[in-house]
Design a protein around this ligand. Sequence first.
Ligand code: CTP
Length: 436
Amino acid sequence: MRVVLGVAGGIAAYKACSLLRLLTEAGHDVTVVPTGAALKFVGAPTWAALSGKPVSTDVWSSVHEVPHVRLGQEADLVIVAPATADLLARAATGQADDLLTNVLLTARCPVVMAPAMHTEMWDHPATQANVSTLTERGVHIVPPASGRLTGKDTGPGRLPEPEDLYAVCERELARSAAASRAVASADSAARTTTSADAAGGVPGHRRGDLSGRRVVVSAGGTREPLDPVRYLGNRSSGKQGHALAVAAAERGARVTLVTSAAADLPGIDVVPVETALQMREAILQAAAHSDVVVMAAAVADFRPANYVPSKIKKTHEAHVDGSADDSAPTITLVRNPDILAELVQTRGGSATPVIVGFAAETGDDNGSVLHHARSKLERKGCDVLVVNEVGEGKTFGSDDNTVTVLQRGSDESVEVGPATKAAVSDAVWDVVATLL
Ligand code: CTP
């Protein structure tokens, strides 16, 4: 894929060398476009040697090739790392006074910017206003990391590690490739109204709308061990939770995914867990610094009261005379903590984090799926409840889902699907975004 790596004039420019390395080693065709100030930190020969391409900062080199237009038009991805306060300001006001700002004006591909600067500059209302403007226009802003800055001071402003930026690039490239395939695919139009989103493209109004937000998503069914080889579990595959995590990351959030299902999701902080108790600990820890928590996991309500450290045998010597006992063991269960309820309780009267629950309902003689869901929403006290009807052949392990999204204090409901779990995720984030 064709990538333009823009580098603005900040000390973190040296980290862009490693990012360039990762991109070229992955087989991408990378053109580096530094600003004049960037060359004071890392010289043109370094960029040229690492990218294998000539490097220029202004629009006056190789004019016959019209690089100020061509580079942006032909790129599959533009990433600016580091993006300084000055670069953000010039990009937000649409200036075109060097090659990089020209590329930004002509690019129609995904644009990622990773700001890096001193905390005071990052916090300044002017910088924040520029970031908001760029975000609204669809630029994916990767928020700066916190830590040691150039001098002795610490705070938010560090350029994230090259591996993390590389992961963001790969995700954006994968999305735009999927979006192009979706456009080319004749039958994509025949699918549900939201399937175009699910197929890969984040529509402009959504791109970056979760930028700077910290999101925690739980996924999968917990496994409650009985002995070293057996557990009590459920049929949840984790697919919906993983789709929610990916959708949030694609909309710009920093995502922690606490999951019992295996996941290798670049750019997402994955915390693997198995039991409800492990999940509770990981979620409460991550939730303390988050804007949104989505409990998509199927947490076991009960666990065996006692874990038997060696395998439970079918027959065991139980009698004083040494004769075998063939009777089936009785398993005593104890209740697991209700993580969702605990999140609501810990939050107290505060509006953050926004808490989203899931309800798997079957409906019964006492009421319909929606009846049970509305009373669960009130009982649990979360802000949003995503309801799906489960049962034979429905939802578990499938790539599609049909849900109703309910909001506390509102009679309105949003029905989604049947649609892919990616499309369902975007519909859930659409509702959550209005609460942030
Ligand atoms: N949940 C949780 N901790 C538990 C059980 C459930 O955090 N111990 C969360 C789930 O992740 C989900 C929501 O609570 O977001 C609803 O789960 P569900 O199993 O439908 O609700 P329960 O309260 O267990 O009610 P039910 O009696 O219907 O099983």
